[in-house]
Design a protein around this ligand. Structure first.
Ligand code: NAD
Ligand code: UDP
Ligand code: UDP
Length: 343
């Protein structure tokens, strides 16, 4: 029988009148905003794979239909071209709110649009969550810590953010999105969850998004030197995408609002990252130095003890194992691009 839908009980919980999924759980209807993007599409695969219904809302600014095409014939999957800056009416149980360009190149392209997406987009999704009693998860970012004066960063750290810099549309936008989520939680009783995601990599990242892992991997496959910005001594912590997806689902399904850091605590300088890429992808790879961008944080590393303790979550895939897993996807797309150009 087709699933009947009732959307009037508490957010994210088990509903009555649904087709059972496995033992002891009813099928949920879940919105993933930004679901055509890198992280979103992997999350959608996970939710469809466990038997739920998924509606993706995406305006395709940085997302691609190709990331979801394998689901188009699945009756539990729906894709809506829509900009979250505009209101939308849907009946759902859970909202994973990811819509927002994530790489500095993309979010600086139209900064006003980025902040509108973060503020108005998040407001609309919280309004939707409030109306239908859905549970709402915000994908915030480690950038809320800015150029941190505390290392590693704990969730209790309030951050060191430039409010008028080139990155502000993104980091201040996400800080405001967190504020909105907490105000809907306290003021309207919306069940919210806040994840602060640290640098994540894997298959389906945009080839041209300018992030360091995608740049270095694509450059190495194209036999170009890896572009190290500044002196290459700045650090980041890199998380493989399947670890993040596990963390997001654990957070949504648990009883804690957060915020929770979701990241891999392994910390690397950009020069060390280049060395690892040489080692696992191509020993003949080279590097070249380029000037750094404005307001680039000097270091970043998550303290994940809170997520370990309360969500029973920690990443499983170290950098040396994760990087090789994205190479074939990058190689295929680079090959297709080159063929498209008649090379
Ligand atoms: P992405 O750019 O691949 O995906 C973002 C998706 O949102 C795209 O599909 C894009 O088309 C869509 N989108 C953007 N603006 C929209 C709008 N106004 N309306 C509807 N759709 C819109 O980025 P990602 O790496 O998958 O990041 C997903 C989320 O995770 C973002 O919110 C990002 O801030 C957060 N995050 C990611 C990382 C990371 O390292 N990947 C780190 C911290 C936080
Ligand atoms: N909203 C939406 N879908 C809904 C409910 C609300 O897009 O199902 C939008 C609504 O248009 C508004 C925002 O969410 O812009 C905040 O809604 P809320 O009801 O909290 O505030 P109000 O409409 O009272 O300002
Ligand atoms: N970076 C680099 N070479 C590149 C792209 C980025 O050395 O080709 C550096 C960048 O200066 C920053 C770090 O890598 O210090 C991470 O940058 P990314 O854009 O991936 O993420 P974010 O700054 O948002 O952490």
């Amino acid at each position: 029988p087709p699933s009947r839908t009732t959307f009037n009980s508490g957010g994210g919980g088990v509903r009555t009148g649904r087709v059972p999924v496995g033992i002891g759980r009813k099928r949920l209807r879940i919105v993933v905003t930004g679901g055509a993007g890198f992280v979103g599409s992997h999350l959608v695969d996970k939710l469809i794979g466990r038997g739920d219904e998924v509606i993706v809302i995406d305006n395709f600014f940085t997302g691609r239909k190709e990331n979801l095409v394998h689901l188009f014939s699945n009756p539990r999957f729906e894709l809506i071209r829509h900009d979250v800056v505009e209101p939308i009416l849907l009946e759902v149980d859970q909202i994973y709110h990811l819509a927002c360009p994530a790489s500095p190149v993309h979010y600086k392209y139209n900064p006003v649009k980025t902040i509108k997406t973060n503020v108005m987009g998040t407001l609309n999704m919280l309004g939707l969550a409030k109306r239908v009693g859905a549970r709402f998860l915000l994908t915030s970012t480690s950038e809320v810590y800015g150029d941190p004066l505390e290392h590693p960063q704990k969730e209790t750290y309030w951050g060191n953010v430039n409010p008028i810099g080139e990155r502000s549309c993104y980091d201040e936008g996400k800080r405001t999105a967190e504020t909105l989520a907490m105000d809907y939680h306290r003021g309207a009783g919306v069940e919210v969850r806040i994840a602060r995601i640290f640098n994540t990599y894997g298959p389906r990242m945009c080839l041209d998004d300018g992030r360091v892992v995608s740049n270095f991997v694509a450059q190495t496959i194209r036999k170009l030197p890896m572009t190290v910005y500044g002196d290459g001594k700045q650090t980041r912590s890199f998380q493989y995408v399947s670890d993040l997806v596990e963390g997001l689902v654990a957070l949504m399904e648990n009883d804690h609002v957060g915020p929770f850091n979701l990241g891999n605590p392994g910390e690397f300088t950009m020069l060390e990252l280049a060395e690892v890429i040489k080692e696992v992808i191509d020993p003949s790879a080279t590097i070249e130095f380029k000037p750094n961008t404005a307001d680039d944080p000097h270091k970043r590393k998550p303290d994940i003890s809170k997520a370990k303790e309360l969500l029973n979550w920690e990443p499983k895939i170290p950098l040396r194992e994760g990087l090789p897993r994205m190479v074939s996807d990058f190689r295929n797309r680079i090959l297709n691009e080159d063929e498209g150009k008649g090379l």
